[in-house]
Design a protein. Structure first.
Length: 229
């Protein structure tokens, strides 16, 4: 299966064409903003490198989070628009699942993303199988969950939260395997894209907590409410 993968969830902007596990066209740049201006051109160039044009694509996969609010919206809007134009299925891929799939799946793997405000987004896997749902956890709770699941074995931590946890709790994580990937690998994204069921893996944003921004309490030009007497 030839798939186009789109990832704008974390610290990179990636568009790649992967066919039967082999990357045949790829554009990827580290960036935290500016995805909207770069993504379409990167996808065009990746498809050109792969040959066959956009019509040769069979499926599109896009990361749906957790991750940057703006980045997720850019990636999903692009993927869904392209899928509609090509009449190709678009599937959503969890960022945490893709991070875990980016490393050797043996043993306990904790995919953790720095969520700021003393939290990480986390999901645990054993031998490639998820042990629960993705959650937003405090650093303390995430540490307790990982160590309890490891049961004395050496866990692997992958993602931006890996270094954060190891530096915050150096004694507890002195023997872990750290993989501080800035984003999932194209190969992992493609595997999950090809394996997904388009009927259930919908390209909808995965938010694990409320956004930091809040809507205004009044519209522009609207008078302030009177102070309570």
């Amino acid at each position: 299966m030839r798939v186009l993968i789109v990832d704008t969830a974390l610290g990179a902007c990636t568009a790649g064409v992967v066919e039967d596990g082999r990357v045949i066209g790829l554009r990827s740049e580290l960036m935290t903003k500016g995805h909207q201006e770069r993504l379409a051109g990167m996808a065009r160039d990746a498809v050109a490198d792969a040959g066959g044009g956009f019509d040769a694509l069979e499926r599109i996969g896009v990361t749906v989070g957790p991750g940057s609010f703006t980045g997720l919206r850019v990636g999903m809007a692009f993927a869904q628009g392209l899928g509609a134009a090509l009449d190709r299925p678009v599937v959503g891929v969890s960022t945490l699942d893709a991070l875990a799939a980016s490393i050797e799946p043996a043993g306990l793997v904790a995919a953790v993303i720095d969520a700021r405000r003393g939290q990480v987004y986390a999901r645990l896997f054993r031998d490639g199988v998820a042990l629960g749902e993705a959650e937003a956890l405090s650093l303390e709770t995430a540490t307790d969950r990982i160590l309890a699941a490891a049961a004395g074995a050496v866990p692997s931590l992958v993602g931006s939260g890996a270094l954060l946890l190891s530096e915050t709790f150096p004694d507890q994580f002195s023997d872990v395997v750290l993989k501080t990937l800035p984003a999932p690998t194209p190969e992992a994204l493609a595997r999950l894209t090809a394996a997904a069921d388009p009927a259930t893996a919908l390209p909808r944003p995965l938010y694990l907590r409320a956004p930091d921004a809040t809507p205004p309490s009044r519209l522009p030009g609207q008078p302030r409410p009177p102070l309570a007497s």
